[in-house]
Design a protein around this ligand. Structure first.
Ligand code: PTT
Ligand code: SF4
Length: 610
């Protein structure tokens, strides 16, 4: 095989055993890599209904055939597992030198299994693999742990690390790299913590096998140049994803006060221009000439790397209107290794619960000091933080009193930063995202607003599917950053050419989309299996707030989603996917994608329609 290394590294920390395995070429051709490899491995290897923190759960670090090659924004990695937050399939995508070094070391994925008795870190240097003592790292923040590791192992390597959040099994703990890159929103950091693995270090000195290196280098150079010449490049370099704050405010879609509103009175204090005033440098992922990490000096005089989602969920959604204070909250999340989106959600939720008298604590909107304290309490599971560390689905079930209606999640994963009171297409994207409410797979909102946000048209269903195929299927399996394409119009044909030069295999965009559909149906089968058939369309339905409580502020005051029309969109989505009215794949669909092996297992739990 070219492009792929053809090898997985398996490390069992219970048995302290490491093994290199060759995998079958058919796996590569049918699932490509990244998310595709991850879901196939989890389906094949996890005992059904496995407890996410048990030794039998596995954490997959997966690259794709383009990862780590000298082409646009290829330094990315998928981290995946059965999620402790949602109970279903969970993954995330992190930009890190670890992805490049893993591939140079000769592996397309690391499969981490078991539970170590004592804290350890995994050290991989080409074919040398060691499980090392990490007692002196346990308890350190992600920044401190990564720095300390670099002192020990040198700087020419890639490091993935967890913080106190992961160690203390916060259900939305993530995996951090390079002091500002985070991956695995649905608790991938907690799974790593449950295995007592503080860090994974990759040092690779080999060459990634490539079918036609000259062609790849040529395409790579041309690609970088094309990105640099794109009309939006200069502004992107200035603001990156932070430009979205202003856009969301203008379009009443900026999550405000636990997604009650879509506009924030202090948006100007936290938008891209406010950020530019305190920006000190930019940084980003390997092999990328779009370096979009905006590093600012925060209100405590420290560096904090900002992105749109982080800022919005920790500003408007909880009422903090000062970019440097938001920087502090964001940096604490990175140091503790917890997801900013879920953190902003649970804090917003508890502020509303306090306002409504559902908890005794006084936690007021916009209280920066309290928010800071809560982030530490969540990470160390202290006081009310212990409850918040469980995520909004569980908190709302505990508090009751109808709070489930304004617990902003789908399938247990907190919603990322787009208010959908007046965006049915984006609400469909959140509903059907394969990991729970995340915008990663189908960010259709800007397109939707441009074509008529109040419509419930079929084209919105088609757009969600198209984006899921491109973003959730193609980019998550080739494993490169999608931002050159979505932000600067870098044409998808580039990836077809990159893939051909890397692997020697000729696949069309249509072929990639078919792989995406295969991955989607397998992920859906995984959820249904893990929920033991306890599945219905409510699992794909966004929170009641968007259907029942209209916006009260801004130009869209009075607007909310129409449940009946929205449900029709969902039915059409199911139909196009080849799933039935419950959202369960039909037998014919599973067969069409070569997923016949799922049928006898699913039939134990649900009646499959033909
Ligand atoms: C991603 C989610 C996002 S999406 C953001 S900001 W965004 C938040 N970032 C967090 C963070 O930072 N620290 C933290 N403690 N928690 C965080 N939670 C949130 O996590 C990220 C970029 C961004 S910035 C986006 S959109 C794109 N996402 C990509 C993707 O998903 N796939 C892909 N092939 N390319 C992508 N490119 C862009 O990468 P999750 P990163 Mg991220 C600090 O992890 O779980 O997928 O959730 O990886 O290296 O930080 O780059 O406005
Ligand atoms: Fe990383 Fe940003 Fe570059 Fe994507 S565009 S690879 S997120 S620095």
């Amino acid at each position: 095989m070219k492009g792929w290394t053809g090898k997985f590294l398996r490390v069992d920390v219970s048995e302290r055993r490491c093994k290199v395995e060759n995998y079958d070429e058919n796996l590569a051709l049918n699932f490509i890599g990244g998310r595709g490899f991850a879901v196939k491995l989890l389906w094949d290897e996890l005992p059904i209904g496995v407890e996410p923190f048990s030794p039998q759960n596995k954490l997959i670090f997966a690259a794709g055939p383009l990862t780590g090659l000298p082409i646009a924004s290829s330094g990315k990695m998928v981290v995946a597992s059965k999620s402790p937050l949602t109970g279903g399939y969970g993954d995330g995508n992190v930009g890190t030198m670890a992805s490049v070094h893993m591939r140079r070391a000769g592996y397309d994925a690391l499969i981490l299994e078991g539970v170590s008795e004592k804290p350890v870190y995994i050290y991989v240097e080409d074919d040398k693999v060691e499980i090392r003592n990490a007692s002196d790292l346990w308890g350190l923040s992600t920044f401190e742990a990564e720095r300390k590791l670099r002192e020990n192992v040198g700087s020419d390597c890639g490091i993935l690390v967890i913080g106190p959040g992961g160690e203390n099994l916060v259900k939305f703990a993530t995996i951090i790299s390079q002091e500002g890159r985070s991956g695995g929103r649905p608790g991938m950091g907690a799974v790593m913590g449950s295995k007592k693995v503080k860090a994974v270090v990759f040092k690779g000195t080999g060459e990634i096998p490539v079918a036609d290196m000259d062609e790849l280098m040529k395409l790579g150079r041309m690609g970088y140049e094309s990105i640099r010449k794109a009309s939006g490049y200069d502004f992107w370099i200035r603001q990156g994803t932070m430009m979205t704050v202003e856009w969301c405010q203008e379009n009443s879609t900026l999550p405000t006060y636990n997604f009650r509103e879509g506009v924030f009175d202090f948006a100007e204090n936290v938008n891209g221009y406010a950020m530019e005033k305190v920006k000190i440098k930019r940084r980003g992922c390997p092999y990328c000439n779009m370096q979009c990490g905006n590093v600012i000096e925060d209100a405590e005089g420290r560096s904090s790397e900002l992105d749109y989602e982080n800022v919005t969920m920790l500003s408007s959604n909880i009422g903090v209107g000062d970019i440097r204070k938001v920087g502090v909250l964001n940096r604490i999340c990175d140091e503790m290794g917890i997801d900013t989106i879920s953190s902003g959600n649970v804090i917003g939720f508890i502020m509303e619960a306090s306002e409504k008298g559902l908890v005794n604590e006084k936690i007021e909107w916009g209280d920066f000091e309290k928010a800071k304290e809560l982030l530490y309490d969540i990470s160390y599971r202290r006081g009310i933080g212990n409850l918040l560390a469980e995520g909004v689905r569980k908190i709302s079930r505990k508090l009751g009193e109808g709070s489930e209606r304004w617990a902003m999640h789908v399938k247990g994963l907190e919603i990322s930063a787009y208010d959908c009171h007046a965006a049915p297409g984006m609400a469909l994207a959140f509903g059907t995202s394969p990991i729970g409410a995340h915008h990663k797979d189908a960010w259709v909102i800007s397109w939707e607003i441009s074509i008529g946000r109040f419509k419930y048209d079929d084209i919105k269903v088609d757009k969600v599917l198209e984006f899921q195929r491109i973003r959730g299927g193609m980019f998550e399996s080739l494993v490169t950053c999608r931002l050159p394409w979505i932000e600067l119009g870098f044409n998808l044909d580039w990836y077809v050419k990159f893939f051909k030069a890397a692997t020697g295999v000729n696949l069309s965009l249509k072929d990639f989309f078919e792989v995406g559909d295969r991955i989607y149906s397998l992920i859906r089968a995984f959820w249904i299996r893990e929920y033991k058939g306890d599945w219905n369309r409510e699992m794909d339905t966004p929170p009641t707030r968007w259907f029942e409580e209209p916006l009260t502020k801004g130009p869209l005051a009075g607007k909310k989603l129409d449940k009946k029309l929205w449900n029709e969109l969902l039915s059409k989505y199911y139909e196009r996917r080849g799933w039935d009215e419950r959202g369960v794949p039909r037998k014919s669909t599973l067969k069409k994608f070569g997923l016949d092996f799922t049928i006898p297992i699913l039939e134990k739990y649900v009646k499959l329609e033909e």
